[in-house]
Design a protein. Structure first.
Length: 258
């Protein structure tokens, strides 16, 4: 059974602005894991206390700052400095994964050159945090609705970069929502990626709401994930259209086989 991990920046807002209170609300709704976006603006000691109090695991957090790697003057040092800060927070919170992105593509350079530069950047990034126990996961995002201009919008290209980095501490975040918006074949993308998929996120489409609010066949897509061999956490990164505790029930029931 998959471990579902609601995003506390989007879900359980009914509990208030505090990340710690949202963790408690997630635990009350039956979850033993949560994910979040970046740590900026969060009371980290209070969040740590809530995670320990509830026994909830933090499965993923964003690396900060969100970088524009390809835009001149292409100074990547803030990225590596941000990794240092992010690792410290992740270790405090017991979070094993940090999400990285490609930033915006640069129209003045060949796409292949930019993908190859990302391999160099992330290879250095993995070496920079070696021994931390943290895995970097690269997220391709859709450019049709949510992230126009992003360089990395294809799962296969994220897989290409992960193969180039070639480290057990680097992999791909497969976001089924982004993949579906881009018109990808989910089963084919998962088969091509193999064990490079280190984390999964979901939302329905259209609208990026909770599973069941759109047109995705969730029974089939969960079957695709199982067939692919993926058995890790699934982040619930959606904008709930109803009360958070109600919005999670459909996917909870599907995962539980009810």
């Amino acid at each position: 059974m998959f471990q579902l991990s609601p995003n506390i920046d989007l879900l359980f807002a009914e509990a208030g602005e505090s990340a710690a209170d949202r963790v408690r609300a997630a635990a009350a709704a039956g979850f033993n894991a949560v994910e979040m976006w970046g740590p900026t603006g969060k009371d980290i000691p209070a969040l740590k206390a809530a995670l320990e109090e509830t026994g909830v695991q933090l499965t993923a957090q964003l690396a900060e700052p969100r970088m524009q790697f390809m835009i001149p003057p292409r100074n990547h040092e803030p990225f590596y400095e941000g990794l240092d800060a992010g690792v410290k927070v992740a270790q405090q919170l017991g979070c094993p994964r940090m999400v990285v992105g490609s930033g915006t593509g640069f129209g003045g350079r060949k796409r292949q050159d930019q993908l190859d530069e990302l391999i160099e950047i992330f290879t250095r990034g993995v070496a920079h945090i070696e021994g931390s126990g943290i895995t970097l996961i690269l997220e391709p995002v859709n450019v049709r609705v949510d992230h126009p201009g992003a360089l990395l919008d294809r799962t296969s290209e994220a897989v290409y970069i992960a193969r180039g980095v070639d480290s057990p501490n680097f992999g791909v975040l497969y976001d089924l929502y982004h993949s579906t918006v881009e018109g990808e074949n989910v089963a084919a993308e998962l088969a091509n990626a193999g064990d490079l998929i280190r984390y999964v996120q979901i939302a329905d489409t259209p609208g990026r709401g909770e599973p069941g609010s759109g047109s995705i066949d969730w029974v089939a897509r969960l079957a695709d994930l199982r067939t692919s061999g993926y058995s890790g956490p699934i982040g619930l990164e959606y904008y709930p259209t109803i009360d958070s505790a109600k919005s999670v029930r459909y996917i909870q029931e599907l995962v539980a086989g009810r």
